[in-house]
Design a protein around this ligand. Structure first.
Ligand SMILES: Nc1ncnc2c1ncn2[C@@H]1O[C@H](COP(=O)(O)OP(=O)(O)O)[C@@H](O)[C@H]1O
Ligand SMILES: [Mg+2]
Length: 414
């Protein structure tokens, strides 16, 4: 089997498929279906309870001259996923236990009874609209804010009654930048290392390792307040990981970073994830798809969704929809022919700037369309420039869940 070079494929049997597995290595995943063997099955390795599976065109390349790739969302490689507790792998005891966590500010319930358990190997993406209560939750989990009610345990240590022992296990990247603006990163990290109980050669080693992991070398001796937002963020990141803590709580870790820096930070988080329990808050949905094993959506202080990114994607209207792009003069015919496929529920079109038309076919519940649509495209000799199955759109799910929740809350108050 040949495959586009940038994507490693391993042919180990298992996973219930035909022994073909795609390893998706980066955030711009394009899996070439070109030259795949007849009847090969491609399964994203995301542990979805209902894995998205596509049968390739029966005859390899024969799905059309211009139809070459099926796009799938960035997904975690299997090795990474199996370490997560909610995958098929082992389940470690919970390193972070949050029970009934509540915080009220006067009349505002910023956090309204959050329950979460996070195990080793999990990277939990904490998602929610602005003001949902993410930062407030993180401040309580790390012991920087006392809850109104509820409790938090970090490796068994209660954050309120056994604060120091709990905090020793935590690396925390608060929102915004580190406070000590007049210090240089070197001074600041040495200060943090000292506060963490290191001295002498060990202190130097810890600082050097954190500096190396976060590429802070170029600005080590420049006052923090004079640094760009991206470098300030990396200083915060360096202090959070300095003591190699088993629990990492990071409030929007890639906020303010440019795309390369975002990529570097995400790669670092993925690399560290195996033996840690990590919570990152973010409003970037692509971040969740890129690095999280689990996505928790919080809205108005309450958890409104909790599952793997794949399980959330499966709730998207676009899950398993098939999109193809054809010249405008073929659009009407393509649409009407697509409607003859019984597993297609509806068809939508959108004009594109280049004069072509993008047509999306939505499946009836649970149906897989890609094979039938590919076969039809070939039989009808459509001049399709793109043809791909959609994994689902997280932004759609996010909006549906949080909007619904807001509306319901409004109804509750009515
Ligand atoms: N110190 C505070 N005093 C009063 N209200 C606060 C305070 N901190 C947060 N809030 C309110 O609590 C809610 C949740 O805020 P926050 O946890 O920062 O949300 P997120 O991080 O999800 O954007 C918001 O309505 C915010 O205005
Ligand atoms: Mg916040």
């Amino acid at each position: 089997m040949r495959q586009k070079r940038q994507h490693k494929l391993d042919g180990k049997p298992g996973n219930g498929g035909d022994g073909q597995k795609a390893r998706v290595d980066d955030e711009t995943s394009t899996i070439g279906f070109e030259n795949m063997e007849p009847n090969a099955t491609l399964r994203p390795l995301c542990g979805s309870p209902r894995p998205i599976a596509w049968r390739t065109a029966r005859t390899g390349t024969a799905i059309g001259r211009n139809v070459r790739f099926v796009r799938i969302a960035p997904l975690l490689a299997e090795g990474e996923f199996s370490k997560a507790s909610n995958g098929r792998g082992r389940r470690d005891f919970s390193m972070i236990e949050i029970e009934g966590l509540t915080k009220t500010f006067g009349p505002i319930a910023a956090v309204a009874g959050v329950d979460l358990k996070v195990a080793r190997g999990e990277v939990l993406g904490f998602l929610g609209p602005n003001g949902a209560g993410k930062s407030t939750t993180m401040k309580m989990v790390t012991g920087y804010l006392s809850p109104t009610a509820g409790r938090v345990r970090i490796l068994g240590h209660d954050i309120e009654t056994d604060t120091l022992a709990a905090q020793r296990q935590i690396g925390y990247l608060p929102e915004g930048a580190p406070a000590y603006g007049d210090m240089t990163p070197r001074q600041f990290l040495s200060f943090i290392a000292e506060a963490r109980g290191f001295s002498g050669a060990t202190l130097k080693e810890k600082v050097a390792a954190a500096v190396e992991k976060t590429d802070l070398d170029p600005v080590l001796d420049q006052p923090i307040e004079t640094l760009s937002k991206g470098f300030k963020r990396r200083v915060g990141f360096a202090q959070a990981i300095l003591h190699d803590p088993p629990v990492l709580i990071m409030d929007e870790p890639t906020d303010g970073l440019d795309p390369n820096q975002k990529h570097a930070v995400r790669a670092l988080i993925k690399k560290m994830a195996a033996d840690k329990a990590i919570i990152i808050s973010t409003h970037l949905l692509e971040e969740v798809e890129a690095i999280c094993t689990r996505a928790v959506i919080i809205d108005r202080g309450r958890v409104v969704a909790d599952g793997t990114p794949a399980a959330l994607l499966a709730r998207s209207r676009h899950h398993n929809a098939v999109t193809l792009t054809v010249p405008a003069d073929q659009a009407a015919q393509v649409k009407s022919r697509l409607k003859t496929i019984s597993s297609i529920g509806s068809v939508e079109e959108a004009a594109r700037k280049d004069g072509s038309v993008q047509i999306t076919a939505f499946p009836k519940a649970g149906a897989l369309l890609i094979e039938d649509v590919s076969a039809l495209a070939k039989a009808e000799k459509w001049d399709a420039r793109e043809l791909y199955a959609e994994p689902g759109r997280l932004d759609e799910v996010f909006r549906a869940i949080t909007t619904h929740d807001t509306r319901r809350a409004a109804e509750d108050h009515a």
